[in-house]
Structures are given as structure tokens and as C-alpha cells.
Design a binder for this molecule. Sequence first.
Ligand code: PHE
Length: 449
Amino acid sequence: MKEKRTGFATRLGAIAATVGSAVGLGNIWRFPYQAGENGGGAYILVYLICVILLGIPIMMSEFIIGRSTHKNMKGAVQQLTPGSPFKFFAYIGVLGALLICGYYSVVCGWVIEYLWNSADGSLLGHTPEQYSDMFGSLVGTPQRCVLWTLLFLLLNFLVLSRGIQKGVERIANIMMPLLFVLLIVFCVNSLLLPGSMKGMDFLFNPKFENLGWKGVVDAMGQAFMSLSLGVTCLITYSSYFNDDSRLMKDAVTISALDTLVALLAGIVIFPAVFSFGMDPKAGPDLIFNTLPTIFQQMPGGTIWAVLFFVLLFFASITSTISLSEIPITFLIDEYKLSRTKALIITAVLMAVVAVLSALSFSTLSDVTLFGKNIFDFLDYVGPNIFMLLGGLVTAIYVGWFLKKEIIHNQLTNGGKYRSSFVQPYIIFCLRFIAPVAIIIIFMYYTGIF
Ligand code: PHE
């Protein structure tokens, strides 16, 4: 007998899990420093436009594919459009997920070390130069990096071994509300610091002269990364949605919450950076070097540091859980493996990629692909190639090849709700805007302009 596939228990749980996937290092680590580098408010404006024109329509199209079939991308395409070659893009999703999760969990490993050091009191009390050395010594010590990364993956797979409802959904139901509370507390604290308004001005005042094409392209890539698009993650999660979830409303809610977290993260970081006279353009090091310097100047610094890294840990693990669920669901659906077997195979593959990435700054620093070490290479191809390519394929598939009735049925739950202007809007974005925008990004990467 065919085993029945269990889905999320509640609609709210499904939303929490999907927000958990979307909210991650992308929001708290990547968005603020990118906004800082690319003209503040100007970047944020382009980002918001990308979310509305590309993010929400592609998110809805992934939801349509997953929820209408309750299958992974391959099975879904076979059911919706038998014989269509689009099913092969399922492999891009699976491979993309393995690669992205591989390097992402290395950063999560760093987060655990920082959390550990904050808790035992050894993180604070150093000069900015010492912080930079500390970070350098962490990434340059193979044993430490590998150990923390594997520990993180172990925790990740422990949650996943409990299944969709008891693992994925439960952890999201607990961690997401806590994450919002922590973020708000951090925001209030930052805004109360002397000179905080300079940080707000830096973040929100649009400086179009600092944007340029690079800023526009970064904002588009960031929207894909942040909303977890293009690697069939949302197809996978929505295959566990119940038939009463409302795809239009849920996609808008999830995208809005994700954007809110990114903005709040900026409001946490920049006022503090300005208040303590640090460099707002520190780039990717912002969290690991700049923030400890700030925490130690604040009353109760240790507690702030612990809370911050706890927040980052919550945000990251709910994202890696969703990335890992892509191969797991694929193996269960397509090869009829048990969840345990699928989980073990995924864990082993991910651990291999993760260990290679963790060694990129030490033992394997000489191994380069297209001039980048393994970690940087994955950080580049994951979001910039896999996610965008997957997004392009999904947009074209749903926009041009999927029957309108299926789209309508999914958006309106079989005619129960009205889709009014949403359906034509989505289809227009999927057919024209998304392909053109993504192709422009690819041209930009290849240096055509
Ligand atoms: N959206 C996550 C973040 O912002 C990353 C992610 C990408 C998660 C793709 C799942 C799938 O950090």
C-alpha cells in the first residue's frame, strides 16, 4: 500500500516553516552589508521592486507546482505536463540545495563558535584588530571549522529526522516568534543609542550615485536568495501544504515578513555601527568583526552577544532545514526510499560538500575553481547561477506551459476565493518581466554589459 504523505499540521505552521526558510543569513548578514555598499535607500527601493515584480510571482508559481501535486518538482512536472523535459530541472534544485547548504552550514558553524565564545565570556574584551585576528584564526584552523560545521549539520539533521510535523513545523513554530521578539528588542536598543539617527540615514536615505548596475543586479540576486527561490525549496515545502492554504495571501505574507526581517536587521546594525564609530561598509565581516566590538561597549554586552548569535542560529537552522528537505523529499518521492535512508544519503552528501568548504581557508586554500576557493565558488554559483536559473525555468514553465485552469484553481482554491487582478498580474510577470530581468542579470555576469 502507498504510504500517505503527511503534510504540515496547520496553515500557520506551514507559513512559519516557509518564513523560517526565507529568513536566514541572507536577511541578517547579507542584506544589511549589501544595502550599506550599494546606496542604502536606493538599494532598498530596487529590492522592494524586485520582490513585487519577481519574488512574489515566482514564489506563487513554486507554490502552484507543489501544492497542486503534493510532489517534488520532478514528480509534479510529470503529473502536470506528462512528457515535459522541465522535469529535469528538479536535478538543478537538488544539486543547488546540496551546494548551497554545503557552504551555508560553514557560516552556521562560525555562528556556533561565536555563540559558544559569547556564552563563556571569552568573546568580548578585545580590540578591533584582535577581532579580525580571531576571525582569521577561526577560518584558518581546519579542525575548528570542520568540527563546528559538522556539529551544526548534526543538529540540522536531528530536527529533520523528526519529520515534517514534529521536526520542521515544530521548530519553526517555536523559533520564528522568538526570532521576531529578539529582533524587535535589538531594534529598540539600537535606536536608543546616541547618534543612532545617522545610521538610519545611512540605511534609508537613497544615494542613487552609489547604486549603479552592480547594485541593481545585487538587489535582484538578493531577492532570490532571501525568498529561497529557484532551487525548488518552495515547491518542496508547498507539496506539504494542506489544500486549505491560501497561496496568494500566504505568498504575500511570507514575502512581507521576510522583507521586514531584512529591514529590521539593518535597523539593528547600522545605528549601532554609527553610534560606536565603526565602518558601515565592512562588508561580509560586519557581523563577525564589527558587532563584537559594539557589544562589548554596551552595558550587559555578553547577554546581547549571546542573544544575537542565538537569533542568527535560529534564522540559519530553519533555512538549512528547508534546503536539506529538497533532496530528502526528492529521494523519498522518486526512489521510494524511507525517510531515514533519504536523510542519511542527504546528510552524507552535504557533509562532504560542507567539509570541503570548511577547509577552503586552510588545508584546501590552494584548490581554486575559476579563481575562487571552494567556499567562495559555492557562494557565487549557488545564488547567482542555480537560484536564478531555477527561477527562470519556473517562471517560464508556469507562465507559458502550465494550463491556466490549474493556476486559477490553485490561486482560488477551486473557485472558493477570487483572484481578481492577481492572476493576470502573476502571469504577466512570469511570462515577460522575470525572464527578461533574469537574462539581463546573466548578461551582466558574463560581462556583456
Ligand atoms: N533564504 C535563505 C536566506 O535568506 C537561504 C535559502 C536559499 C534557503 C534557498 C532555502 C533555499 O538565508
